[in-house]
Write a protein that binds this ligand. Structure first.
Ligand code: HEM
Ligand SMILES: [Cu+2]
Length: 616
């Protein structure tokens, strides 16, 4: 196979199979997935480090460890990093690696665009974080409310770094989302109707649509924010007759769908893990799919529940309260389906399974506190207290992060050909599960007791110190669990037990090919007759109606005719130019043209580069 790619790569881009250059120029969805994953875990460590500093500062009443200004930067960058640079790209890592395999495709629809998405993500992330060295990081909270972001209240460039970094990241996600929509709709193996798609692929599709509809809203808001600050256009100035609340509406109209962008991939992963280790099909497959789609739609109709205390008026309060409570219905449906999947199954408590079960348990707690603050009078008490810190952490850490780690343990063998150690994995799980509850559980209590969020210190007489100390201990237990994961990861990459193609007796197509898969994935494109094609092939006795599947095994003859896309360095050039232009805007709009020129030259080179093999 190496020859098929190498022979067609032009002299410019000799297709070496290893080394840094091969990673820089790769357009292989599996390698791009690994790049996303490794980068996301790196930012997870950075965001975690920021969280530890926050917790250290709060462990003691009237602590002076971290100055107030830096504290504001830390909680802002912690949230931005975890949401946009850790959880979203970790989801993207699985979209990239797994979805083409699950649908029986050889790559995504637009491999070079896919590479562009990754590089834009990397450079956007670096741009955002470079603010730490160029005059201070964003310190206005992750939702960056006006008026705090006005030039007079945030005179440094921190807010511009926020706006421009997020714009670059937005382009990355938008390109990726369109790529995955087109891939999933157009490149499924013969026989794989929509209702035969694995649930993880379904959730990827829903998340991609959410991104396509939600991100442009944020983009508009960010451009307004920049124009407000840089050119004095009064979008959010009350003096000029405009309304600072406009920003809140725009942000949360993006922001609430965003939380579903963060959770649905994990829900998809859990919907793969639970059936596999229960050795039963997913209970109510179509209900789980429709519930995911319903959550996607309803996610656009609840944004003002973040604004219950701004004076919306009673009709708006009632409407948004009702819509928020309604969204708990499809969420609950999924939970019941997962539990019913376990019911009567022969359950194997592997590490991946433990993470999936941990997800269900913790997500229920987070969902319940969400329904609590869906009630405006209740939320009036809770808003801006630590109670509202507990809720997102139960859904984002207990939910998204647990689900994504489950995905790592589940698919690592497919990605690397080796198993992660189960012993270290279980240690990782239990430390993380306990640490997470010790950290975020007490936040409910201290929040109900009135401790505001985002304060850098508190008076001893408030009586919050003990609970804060417990939380800090919990945070270090989580940190320890992450160290255990890293040890496991590096040990297993080097010398983990060989996994074989199908270590878990899997049900979907990715387990029908080698681990790690060859560059072209499937020597023969499989033909699919059900939503668990591989399971049906392995267990024909359980199904009467479905003819057996031909799931792309090795076939020497077929390989000769597979042409894979050429590697290319243009995506990284375009991404670099774009991010450079965004960064230079902060220094001087004219200078930004340097980045723009690089970007345009990159596009020019890209357009004239043959994407696939040339025919002579
Ligand atoms: C049963 C489903 C859910 C309901 C009813 C719900 C409800 C709410 C409400 C009403 C708020 C506003 C609280 C306030 O600011 O006073 C909120 C905040 C939040 N929710 Fe949820 N939620 C649900 C699920 C989720 C999920 C799945 C996620 C993410 C994975 C999530 C992430 C967040 C975040 C990050 C915030 C805080 C935003 C901030 O102020 O920084 N929620 N939720
Ligand atoms: Cu919300």
């Amino acid at each position: 196979m190496a020859t098929a790619v190498g022979a067609f790569g032009g002299a410019d881009h000799a297709a070496s199979k290893s080394g840094v250059w091969s990673w820089i120029t790769t357009v292989d969805h599996k390698r791009i997935g690994i790049l996303y994953g490794v980068t996301a875990v790196t930012f997870f460590l950075i965001g975690g480090f920021e969280a530890l500093l926050i917790r250290l500062q709060l462990a003691e009443a009237e602590s002076t460890l971290i100055a107030a200004g830096l504290f504001n930067q830390l909680f802002t960058m912690h949230a931005l990093t975890m949401i946009f640079l850790a959880i979203m790209p970790l989801g993207a890592a699985f979209f990239n690696f797994i979805v083409p395999l699950q649908i029986g495709a050889r790559d995504v629809a637009f491999p070079r665009l896919n590479a562009l998405s990754y590089w834009l993500f990397l450079f956007g992330a670096l741009l955002l974080n470079s603010s730490f060295i160029f005059g201070g990081a964003p310190d206005v909270g992750w939702f960056a409310y006006a008026n705090l972001t006005a030039l007079e209240y945030s005179p440094s460039s921190a807010v511009d770094f926020f706006a421009l970094g997020m714009l670059v990241l937005g382009v990355s996600s938008l390109a990726a989302a369109l790529n995955f929509i087109i891939t999933i709709l157009n490149m499924r193996a013969p026989g794989m109707t929509l209702m035969r798609m694995p649930v993880f692929t379904w959730m990827t599709l829903v998340v991609s649509f959410l991104l396509v509809f939600a991100l442009p809203i944020l983009t508009v808001g960010l451009v307004q924010l920049l124009f407000w600050r840089e050119f004095g256009m009064p979008f959010f100035s009350a003096e000029a007759g405009a309304d600072p609340l406009l920003w809140q509406h725009i942000f949360w109209l993006f922001g609430h769908p965003e939380v579903y962008i963060l959770i649905l991939p994990a829900m998809g992963i859990v919907s793969e893990i639970l059936p596999t280790y229960s050795r039963k099909p997913l209970f109510g497959y179509s209900t789980v799919v429709f519930a995911g789609v319903a959550i996607g739609f309803m996610g656009f109709a609840v944004w003002a529940h973040h604004m219950f205390t701004v004076g919306l008026g009673s009709i708006a309060l009632a409407a948004f309260s009702a819509s928020t409570m309604l969204i708990a219905v499809p969420t609950g449906i999924k939970i019941f389906n997962w539990i019913a999947t376990l019911w009567g199954g022969s359950i194997q408590f592997t590490t991946a399974m433990l993470f999936a079960l941990g997800f269900v348990a913790l997500f229920v707690i987070g969902g319940l506190s969400g329904v609590m603050h869906a009630s405006p009078p209740v939320d009036t008490q809770q808003q801006d207290t630590y109670f509202v810190v507990a809720h997102p952490h139960y859904v984002l850490f207990g939910g998204s992060i647990m689900g994504l780690f489950g995905g790592i343990y589940y698919w690592f063998p497919k990605m690397t050909g080796r198993l992660l150690s189960e012993g270290w994995g279980k240690l990782h799980f239990w430390l993380m599960f306990i640490g997470m509850n010790v950290t975020f559980g007490p936040m409910h209590l201290v929040g109900i007791d009135g401790m505001p969020r985002r304060i850098n210190t508190y008076d001893e007489s408030m009586g919050w110190e003990l609970l804060n100390q417990i939380e800090t201990v919990g945070a270090f237990i989580i940190a320890l669990s992450v160290v255990v994961f890293l040890v496991n990861f590096f040990k297993s990459v080097k010398s983990g037990e060989p996994a074989g193609d199908d270590p878990w007796d899997g049900r979907t197509l990715e387990w029908s090919i080698a681990s790690p898969p060859p560059e072209y994935n499937f020597a023969r494109i499989p033909v699919v007759h059900s939503n668990e094609p591989l399971w049906d092939q392995k267990h024909p006795e359980l199904k009467h109606d479905a003819p057996p599947v031909i799931a792309g095994g090795a076939d020497e003859g077929a390989e000769e005719s597979i042409h894979m896309p050429n590697p290319s360095y243009w995506p990284i050039v375009v991404a670099f130019g774009t991010a450079l232009a965004a960064g230079l805007v902060i220094v001087n709009p004219w200078l930004a043209s340097i980045g723009a020129v690089i970007g345009v030259l990159g596009i020019y080179g890209w357009v004239f580069e043959p994407a696939g093999p040339e025919h002579h």
